[in-house]
Design a protein around this ligand. Structure first.
Ligand code: GDP
Ligand code: IMO
Ligand code: MG
Length: 424
């Protein structure tokens, strides 16, 4: 069997949680491969809204195994909170949630280092979610990190203390940065105890034997391609590989095992945090999208920056990920417009640019738009793609033609049911 991958093509928050939940009945295992509690994946069904940060979005389907891969970084406090919030759903976590022994732990001092680093950057700050993501991945690549498997070692406390000592040595150099570590440590060790009650596995072995026995696996990405540490708008990115290749390193899956790559995007575009965003609308139109699309971060509550869809950026993301099919999200939000703009290319120093450029942070980029007719109709009650208005069908086929990848899903609302399958 092959592993299918679902990941974001823009700057995150494309609607990954919703679509993973919708697709879960076709899979046996849902596996998160990178990121950590910087993610906020929203699912809505039966009138309830859930936001997941570390737990994979297949958790509401009892027949499925949800695996947190080695590429993920875990904050035991946030993880425990997530589990506590799910208590009313009587989920058997011991059975349905597996955690890689190789996943790295976010320490309270990682969060402090994140905050101190952002404070030092001042107006050049990344706009991090301040969940300790950067410092934790730095310790991973610096070969200092603590992993889930370590919590079962009698030397765990010793290892923890040694790493904290190192961190405090760094924090000492940050002027005007005060903290109370003891306050943070209590809940952290409670979270560690909770983790000990769950099932830690050698997830690479688990997954590879699962394929051999015919199990269907969906890898769930976090963040989006433009936040990838290598291919995103560096340095305004996260600290992991959010692209398809991240599935291989984040789960221990060989590249030859990758099957479908499902790329998910909003019918427009958003970004939260700092950094370049060529099609950003810093005007009333942007404000209308934010209002209609309820574009406020699922993790931090920050307003998301909004703009039109950017085909330069989308083609780039499709290329890097090898996307085989697309899901277009939040189509209903664009119902408020008579005309919809699509950025086809950029003008940089008077030159037409079709490939996403290196110096996106420094160059003055002018997006060039094509205008398409809006559908100006409420889509949220649609149950079949065939019944959708002609201008929406035209928008879909225009994007398919421009991007050279079929759109298999058109989402028309946040609920599980508000999902149209276009399959022709
Ligand atoms: P993720 O991080 O990619 O899982 O996305 P988020 O959960 O951070 O943000 C997506 C937001 O859009 C959530 O509030 C979803 O409930 C909502 N959403 C998803 N699909 C649709 C859709 O088609 N229409 C509307 N209006 N909202 C949607
Ligand atoms: P999901 O999985 C949107 C952004 C932050 C910041 C940058 C670095 O819900 O799509 P970090 O905390 O990783 O150091 O922040 O990345 N960011 C996200 N933006 N969705 C996310 O996740 C994000 N995770 C991180 O806003 O700009
Ligand atoms: Mg999100």
């Amino acid at each position: 069997m092959k592993v299918d991958v679902l990941l974001g093509l823009q700057w995150g928050d494309e609607g990954k949680g919703k679509i993973v939940d919708v697709l879960t009945p076709s899979y046996d295992i849902i596996a998160r491969f990178q990121g950590g509690p910087n993610a906020g994946h929203t699912l809505e069904f039966e009138g309830i809204k859930h936001v997941l940060h570390t737990i994979p979005s297949g958790i509401f389907h009892s027949s499925v195994i949800n695996l947190v891969g080695n590429g993920v970084v875990i904050d035991p406090v946030i993880f425990k909170n997530e589990l506590d919030k799910l208590a009313p759903f009587a989920i058997d976590f011991k059975k349905s949630l597996l955690i890689s022994k190789k996943a790295h732990l976010i320490l309270p001092t990682h969060r402090l280092l994140d905050a101190a680093s952002e404070q030092l950057k001042g107006k050049n700050k990344i706009g991090s979610t301040l969940k300790g993501i950067g410092p934790t991945y730095m310790d991973k690549t610096g070969r200092n990190g603590l992993r889930v498997g370590d919590i079962f070692s009698p030397k765990f406390r010793e290892k923890y203390d040694a790493l904290v000592e190192k961190h405090e040595g760094i924090l000492k150099h940050h002027e005007n940065f005060s903290y109370n570590l003891a306050e943070l440590e209590g809940p952290w060790f409670e979270g560690i105890n909770k983790l000990r009650e769950l099932t830690a596995v050698d997830s690479e072995h688990y997954l590879n034997s699962a394929f051999l026995s015919g199990k269907r696996v969906l890898a769930e990405g976090a963040q989006g391609t433009m936040l990838d540490i290598d291919f995103g708008t560096y340095p305004f990115v996260t600290s992991s590989n959010t692209v398809t290749a991240g599935t291989c390193t984040g789960l221990g899956i060989a590249p030859t095992r990758i099957g479908k790559v499902i790329g998910i995007f909003k019918a427009y575009c958003t970004r939260v945090g700092s950094g370049p965003f060529p099609t950003e609308l810093d005007d009333e139109v942007g404000e209308e999208i934010r209002k209609e699309g309820k574009e406020f971060g699922a993790t931090t509550g920050r307003p998301r920056r909004c703009g039109w869809i950017d085909l330069v950026q989308m083609r780039y993301a499709i290329m890097i990920n090898g996307v085989s099919e697309l899901c277009m999200m939040k189509s209903d939000v664009l119902s408020i417009f008579d005309e919809i703009q699509v950025c086809t290319h950029y003008l940089i120093n008077g030159k037409e640019v079709y490939d996403f450029p290196f110096d996106v942070n420094d160059e003055q980029i002018t997006p060039v738009y094509t205008s398409l007719k809006g559908w100006s109709t409420d889509l949220t009650n649609l149950t079949s793609y065939d019944e959708s208005p002609e201008p929406l069908k035209h928008y879909v086929s225009y994007l398919e033609e421009q991007l050279n990848v079929p759109i298999s899903v058109v989402s028309v609302g946040p609920d599980r049911k508000q999902t149209l399958i276009t399959k022709k």
